[in-house]
Design a protein around this ligand. Sequence first.
Ligand SMILES: Nc1ncnc2c1ncn2[C@@H]1O[C@H](COP(=O)(O)OP(=O)(O)OP(=O)(O)O)[C@@H](O)[C@H]1O
Ligand SMILES: [Mg+2]
Length: 257
Amino acid sequence: MSEPIVKYRDVHKSFGDVKVLKGINLDIYPAEKIAVIGPSGSGKTTIIRMLMTLEEPTSGDIIVDGTNLWKMEKNGKMHRANEKHLREVRGDIGMVFQHFNLFPHMTILDNCMSAPIHVKKESKNEVRKRAIEMLERVGLGDKLDNYPSQLSGGQKQRVAMARALVMRPKIMLFDEVTSALDPELVGEVLEVIRDIAKNDDMAMVLVTHEMDFALDIADKVLFLDEGVIAEQGTASEVIEHSDNERLQSFLHRFRKV
Ligand SMILES: Nc1ncnc2c1ncn2[C@@H]1O[C@H](COP(=O)(O)OP(=O)(O)OP(=O)(O)O)[C@@H](O)[C@H]1O
Ligand SMILES: [Mg+2]
């Protein structure tokens, strides 16, 4: 068995006096697809934002590819990581947000080219080729010169996915990427994620309320409850066969009758 690409070790997070995560231990293996489910406020977003370096843990360690993400060694002691260290270690991690965060004044092609050129300093021609390829992959090959305002919500979210893919991450994080969409647009976005999940060897962590989708694509499902991983296992074990009462009542609220 290969080594985990990410390890959370006893990770805690508080906001002021509020303890949001209370000892998270989690291994993410290369190519593994993990769905994170749980009630509102249970800490799902916080777990993945810490890996994206958008939120700093209060204590504990997150190890990415063998390197401590939030700490670095200096003169034999561990110190808080600096910006350069954070940037380097999260270089292989991409994230798609609930709200797409596209640049409104750029075409969708330019949106997808901006980070590899300006952050990774890659050559424009190479990035352009890859950006077009990814936009074709998400079904937007005919919209390269459009601006975000000319697209539907589902299309914008697919641009956001193409933009993350152009960076060739080893790990992609998805935070409820369909929950801001009109119901009729959800399917097209899930279809693109399903395609990526089935055909790509990236690790993926998806916070989602789409249980059927999780059953379909996830190797592992985590049920987060009040800041702890209260249940984890295969999708079928967690979603279909767990007798955890809080999980049952959570699932009950989402099950379509
Ligand atoms: N920047 C912040 N400052 C203060 N409190 C925060 C901050 N971010 C999150 N919290 C609190 O931490 C808790 C967990 O938030 P988080 O966003 O991780 O939950 P979630 O499981 O993603 O919920 P949802 O399903 O509603 O998105 C919540 O009580 C939230 O209010
Ligand atoms: Mg959230």
